[in-house]
Design a protein around this ligand. Structure first.
Ligand SMILES: NC(=O)C1=CN([C@@H]2O[C@H](COP(=O)(O)OP(=O)(O)OC[C@H]3O[C@@H](n4cnc5c(N)ncnc54)[C@H](O)[C@@H]3O)[C@@H](O)[C@H]2O)C=CC1
Ligand SMILES: O=C(O)C(=O)Cc1ccc(O)cc1
Length: 380
């Protein structure tokens, strides 16, 4: 039996419930293009979509890629529609919470694994460099195929049971998102009176910049996900209560204003939380903050040129740099970066230019090594 084949010795057909959504589309492509499998799916957003019964009849692996709030009820519909015929299938889901969806899938007779990618669908065709939580709830004959599928995803897989996943996510996602939504709310209330966002941005610190990056991502994302992460993981409410208590205590210390209150702030909000981490970790995180500060400064550097090197071969970067050398141009920074479309390129920050930027641009293109990206395409 090859790694591509399922327990019956044939390559499985994969059905995706929610195939028109962000991850549904990404996984459909992954199964088709990376694993060479036939895929099908359903989605109410599509003009024509099979019913659960029809979809079940067409596939061997079923992937639920549906809104957090509705996944369990949708799974229940499929359990009803399958009526026992799902024995022998593999059911997977991608929901950001795991206990409720996995329990729902376990009410079927299928083999079951819950997955949670810790990132939005990437622009590239694998989850390389991303973490994937894996809850192997009832996997037996599909073990080999699932292992092959997870290998092909190239993610950093972390095996975890659903309850532990949800508890961890209440902090990894619930707390982090709550803090940033709260920051956004406070900015909305107070930024105008503090001079407006442009002034705040002009006076930015690295911490402000990093936090605002997370906040900006959250506010421009799919609100159903951020709502579901807060409302549909039962471990989030206690986290929010603790957050409110901590914020209230901090406020009370500052309102008190006395020396004891200052000592309390240092003890309760700095010294005691610091003791949670070992010294090495704190030092390396603090260094990481410095590195991100340099990175942000480099990425803000003007003038700059973003160059796509189509030939992925040793020596092409050196050839590119020779063009700069020939024109007597000193580089201030160079980073491999990605455009908003995911295209890999080199972003080169430049010191004072002895030639016009257009001349440099033309020299790079004439050398035939790379293509200069428009600033709007490279987005900084
Ligand atoms: N987008 C992200 O950044 C991440 C999403 N996830 C999880 O992946 C799952 C899907 O998320 P997205 O693709 O981003 O959401 P999405 O909203 O883009 O897609 C969900 C799709 O499900 C469809 N749908 C709703 N009811 C349905 C039904 N009864 N039958 C079939 N399809 C139905 C919707 O029409 C929509 O196309 C969610 O559970 C989310 O928590 C996990 C990690 C990251
Ligand atoms: O915006 C990003 O990149 C995210 O971090 C998205 C995200 C949303 C939901 C998840 O369950 C996991 C990741």
């Amino acid at each position: 039996m090859s790694a591509r084949t399922g327990p019956n010795g044939k390559p499985p057909v994969v059905g995706i419930v929610g195939i028109d959504g962000a991850y549904g589309r990404w996984f459909a492509r992954f199964f088709r293009e990376r694993l060479g499998l036939r895929t099908t799916g359903c989605d109410p957003a599509l003009a024509a979509s099979p019913t659960p019964r029809e979809l079940l009849g067409q596939c061997d692996v079923l992937v639920f890629s549906t809104p957090i709030r509705h996944t369990a009820a949708i799974v229940d519909d499929y359990v009803q529609a399958a009526g026992g015929d799902e024995a022998g299938m593999l059911w997977l889901d991608l929901t950001s919470i795991k206990q409720v969806p996995v329990e729902a899938m376990l009410r079927s007779r299928a083999e079951v694994a819950g997955l949670h990618p810790m990132a939005a669908p990437p622009k590239i065709g694998s989850l390389a460099g991303r973490v994937l939580a894996v809850c192997q709830a009832r996997v037996d004959r599909w073990q080999g195929w699932l292992a092959h599928m997870l290998d092909s995803l190239e993610a950093d897989c972390v095996d975890v049971v659903p309850a532990a996943h949800d508890r961890a996510m209440a902090l990894v996602q619930g707390l982090v998102h709550a803090s940033h939504m709260t920051q956004a709310r406070v900015l909305r209330a107070l930024a105008a009176d503090a001079g407006g966002l442009p002034l705040l941005h002009a006076l930015r610190t690295v911490g402000y910049e990093l936090d605002l990056t997370v906040t900006g991502r959250l506010l421009s994302g799919n609100p159903a996900i951020y709502e579901g992460i807060q409302f549909d993981n039962p471990h989030v409410l206690p986290v929010l209560r603790e957050l409110a208590v901590a914020t209230g205590r901090l406020r009370d210390c500052v309102a008190d204003g006395g020396e004891d209150a200052r000592r309390a702030l240092r003890r309760d909000f700095i010294a005691e939380p610091a003791a949670l981490f070992d010294a090495g970790e704190l030092a390396s995180r603090s260094h990481g903050f410095d590195r991100l500060g340099y990175l942000l400064a480099d990425l803000a550097e003007r003038p700059c040129l973003s160059v796509y090197l189509p030939e992925d071969r040793p020596g092409s970067l050196r050839e590119l740099l020779e063009t700069f050398e020939a024109l007597g141009i000193n580089l201030a920074s160079i980073h491999s970066s990605r455009t908003p479309d995911g295209q890999l390129h080199f972003r080169i920050g430049l010191d004072a230019l002895p030639v016009a930027l257009d001349t440099l641009r033309k020299a790079v293109e004439d050398a035939g090594i790379g293509r200069v990206l428009e600033a709007s395409d490279a987005a900084g």
